[in-house]
Ligand binder design. Structure first.
Ligand code: NAP
Length: 496
């Protein structure tokens, strides 16, 4: 597909004259589409490689999938939902929420589903976009809403392909495989594996959880909302807004702001609650010690579960802590020589978190490839823009506050910021806008320094850390993030 759009000039344009391409129709792509439309920018398309919108919630369909951010917080601010079923609603319900919101805002007409963008090249002041099916587009502005945790990380276990039964990564769940009465093994003890464990342990004959590193588990109930509560939220929207505000405050103060200050009293309280949970919930002293981490709570992404310890103590459940030596035809061989015979093997082994917009090829000014610029690790000024890649804006890009805040709140703040950058291009204030090298260097140095104070550097291995052991995530409070996102500091930009 080719769009005839005039070459950019410094003359102001109407919003409809600015051609915008959004890549990805997950939570942040749908948000961008809605907000662009609301702001009068209607000349845009959303390319999505999947066949449905939803991103994470479309790709992950494993049993027990839910969001451990409370549903009334994990909602668009302009589309609070009176009908959430639980405090932490299941994945299917979240997927349906995004689909409904997108439909209500007329987004389907803008969607190009099943269309994967493979290449974006900045040429003559425009982004030239190539799709996997050979078609093309061209845009003044590209918004990369490509997600963070979605390229499965599959360990290169020796013999993995020799396993005779079904095996799959948690984000590629094979629903044609019945687990009923089977011997099922799950590798990993991240949020995903813990949710799978509690959901499937009672359906299977034998359950084995292969743990490399124990996790702290924060107990949390997951009550249903009553019909009376939902009616109240529907009839009196101010109660819904108040609930959203209360949860936001609790979550931000009690957790999100705490993780960036390893000495905070909130973190000490979280650690105590996790320790008490382990002490009180696990009877067998040997199992208790196997489950006890040797690092501080929240150093790795905290597990939120009121059911995991009960699930792993079921008579048919087994926690395997001997390292995996190899995979054989009939199961998993651990370093102690034991063969754990299995019918189904699930790899809940996480994601390649350094990918961001990749494997898409992105080429900025003067033929510079983003892949080369990011050779030592991905970075972006304020998680949004990279020098020499003008008019390319990322949502939930590198160094953003991922993992400890509601990603929806984050994306809303980021989009409001991006809209102001787009507005500069539209108004003719400039044709091209990207962070300057100097501002990006400064931001990177400051965030590396600030990261030393976070809980993530307190002595554990996690997906927050880059290859040098430096946390990649936003190391400051959510309030600071909101302040930064209020208005771009134009001195930090290279405007042409
Ligand atoms: P993860 O947190 O990265 O966990 C991966 C697990 O696989 C870890 O236990 C890891 O062990 C293990 N593992 C990886 N390679 C291994 C190997 N070669 N041998 C043995 N074990 C291996 O991945 P995830 O559980 O999919 O979660 C990723 C993130 O997604 C979470 O942190 C969270 O931010 C998000 N998430 C959120 C929710 C939610 O409810 N909001 C639910 C699921 C996921 P080590 O710990 O030893 O590395």
């Amino acid at each position: 597909m080719t769009h005839e759009t005039p070459r950019p000039s410094a003359a102001p344009k109407s919003p409809s004259e600015l051609r915008i391409v959004i890549i990805g129709a997950g939570m942040s792509g749908v948000l961008s589409a809605i907000q662009l439309q609301e702001s009068g920018y209607d000349n845009f398309s959303v390319y999505e490689k999947g066949t449905r919108i939803g991103g994470t919630w479309n790709e992950n369909t494993y049993p027990g999938l839910s969001c451990d951010v409370p549903s009334h917080l994990y909602s668009y601010s302009f589309e609070l939902n009176p009908d959430w079923s639980h405090r932490y609603s299941p994945g299917e319900e979240i997927q349906a929420y995004f689909e409904n919101v997108a439909r209500r805002h007329g987004i389907p007409s803008k969607l190009r589903l099943g269309q994967e963008v493979v290449r974006c090249v900045f040429e003559n002041g425009r982004w030239e976009i190539a799709l996997a099916d050979g078609s093309r587009d061209s845009a003044d502005v590209v918004i990369a809403a490509t997600g963070v945790l979605h390229h499965p990380s599959v360990p290169d276990f020796e013999g993995l392909d020799r396993f005779a039964g079904p095996q799959f990564h948690s984000a590629r769940w094979d629903h044609s495989v019945s687990l009923e009465g089977k011997r099922v093994g799950v590798v990993g003890t991240g949020s995903t594996a813990i949710q799978i464990t509690t959901a499937v342990v009672d359906r299977v004959a034998e359950y084995k959880l292969f743990q490399r590193t124990p996790q702290w588990v924060m107990p949390q109930e997951n009550p249903l909302y009553s019909e009376a509560e939902k009616k109240l939220f529907r009839d009196r929207p101010e109660t819904l807004r108040a609930l959203n505000a209360d949860i936001r405050l609790l979550f931000t103060e009690g957790f999100s702001n705490a993780v960036v200050d390893a000495d905070s009293p909130q973190l000490a309280a979280i650690h105590e609650a996790c320790e008490a949970n382990l002490e009180e919930s696990v009877r067998d002293p040997e199992l208790k010690e196997k489950l006890r981490p040797n690092y501080r709570a929240a150093c790795k992404r905290l597990i939120i579960s009121g059911e995991f310890y009960a699930a792993i103590q079921r008579p048919n459940a087994n926690l395997v802590t001997d390292p995996i030596e190899r995979i054989e035809e009939s199961g998993v061989r651990t370093a102690d020589g034991t063969l754990h015979e299995l019918d189904v093997l699930v790899l809940a082994t996480g994601f390649r978190v350094d990918r961001f917009v990749r494997p898409m090829e992105v080429v900025g000014r003067n033929g510079v490839a983003l892949n080369d610029v990011w050779e030592k690790g991905p970075f972006a000024y304020l998680a949004i823009t990279v020098p020499e890649f003008p008019n390319l804006f990322m949502l939930n890009g590198p160094n953003g506050p991922v993992g400890n805040f509601s990603l929806i709140d984050i994306a809303e703040c980021q989009f409001a910021y991006i809209l102001q950058l787009i507005e500069r291009v539209r108004s003719g204030a400039c044709r091209e806008i990207a962070a300057s090298r100097e501002a990006t260097r400064r931001f990177d140095a400051e965030r590396r320094e600030a990261a030393k104070k976070t809980i993530w550097t307190s002595g554990c291995q996690s997906w927050y850390l880059d290859a040098d052991g430096v946390p990649m995530a936003w190391p400051w409070t959510f309030d600071r993030f909101k302040d930064e996102m209020r208005e771009p500091r134009l001195d930090d930009f290279d405007l042409r």
